[in-house]
Design a protein around this ligand. Structure first.
Ligand SMILES: [Fe+2]
Ligand SMILES: [Fe+2]
Ligand SMILES: [Fe+2]
Length: 301
């Protein structure tokens, strides 16, 4: 699940800038994917290096263009670029010092910076370009959309990043359905809680927001496991013992994560998210699916 999608809101209508934006968002998605795959530490160095190089080269190129066009907002824009480069540089230093929380911190910082910079500073520049009637302002968008760009209806000073707009980690779809209404509802709840937890981690509030959320997720998992086992028991599902053993193992893992969290271990969030994601997708799609035919035959809906 990519963190960013190149949506209308990120398209400012200047072809070179939009192409760069696509590259930058792609890089951030790689970063997000590597972090979610638990490769945060090994992947973070090379990715950060690419980010440092890319943002430096592209921001200087953008500034050169603005300078050549005598863009009046140049100084302000430069300050925002400088702030972005400084943040990436700081994360690079933290990484080099062996700070294992840097992958999430970088994602948080870049998420905020990309949204603020693109949706405020870059939009200002593209609007100015349009007013100048410059040939640079050739959009890659469809002709219909070019006439009424989404950003034209938005106040450029309104910060637009917020938790609700963030891509969800999970979206419920039919493939997750086990055909038993109560179980589907609980699985949906679990995905929702995992999404909330993901959003809390990605918005840089792991300890304050994710703490209570984590307790909720883990309590919910326990409740769900007992409900599912009770259902299997009631219908004498032959795979009960195996399924129970898997639940028990997942519960043990959850307990270990909780213990790390309670000790204040700041590196616990990403592996925990990864474990939750794998539990939700892997466990539902593989293990829970095994009881589907049995419940079906027994008329459980
Ligand atoms: Fe810019
Ligand atoms: Fe299960
Ligand atoms: Fe389940």
């Amino acid at each position: 699940m990519p963190l960013f999608r190149l949506k209308d809101k990120y398209v400012v209508g200047v072809r070179t800038m939009d192409a760069e934006r696509a590259t930058l968002l792609g890089l951030m998605n790689e970063f997000h994917a590597a972090t979610m795959e638990g490769e945060g530490q090994s992947a973070v160095g090379p990715l950060l290096l690419r980010l440092v190089t890319y943002s430096r080269d592209r921001s200087f190129a953008g500034e050169a263009l603005m300078k050549s066009l005598r863009y009046p907002g140049l100084a302000e824009h430069q300050a925002s670029h400088r702030d972005g480069r400084r943040q990436i540089g700081e994360h690079m230093v933290r990484h080099q010092q062996g700070d294992r929380t840097v992958a999430v911190a970088t994602l948080n910082a870049m998420y905020v910076w990309i949204n603020e910079h693109i949706l405020i500073e870059d939009v200002k520049f593209s609007q100015w370009l349009k007013e100048q009637g410059s040939g640079e302002s050739t959009s890659a968008q469809s002709p219909g959309k070019r006439d009424t760009p989404a950003f034209a209806r938005r106040s450029p000073h309104k910060p637009v990043h917020d938790k609700g707009k963030r891509e969800a980690l999970f979206t419920w779809s039919k493939k997750y359905s086990v055909g038993v209404k109560a179980m589907d509802e609980q699985h949906t709840q679990l995905m929702g809680l995992t999404n909330e937890f993901h959003a809390a981690v990605m918005t840089g509030q792991p300890h304050s927001a994710a703490g209570p959320l984590l307790r909720k997720v883990l309590a919910y998992v326990r409740g769900h496991f007992s409900a599912e086992e009770a259902l299997m028991k009631a219908y004498k599902f032959p795979g009960l013992a195996d399924h129970q053993a898997i639940h028990k193992d997942l519960t043990r893992q959850a307990g270990e994560y909780m213990a790390r969290y309670e000790k204040g271990d700041q590196t616990v969030y990403v592996p925990l998210l990864k474990a939750l994601r794998d539990a939700v997708t892997g466990h539902i799609l593989v293990e829970d699916m095994k009881y589907v035919p049995w419940m079906n035959e027994h008329g459980v809906r």
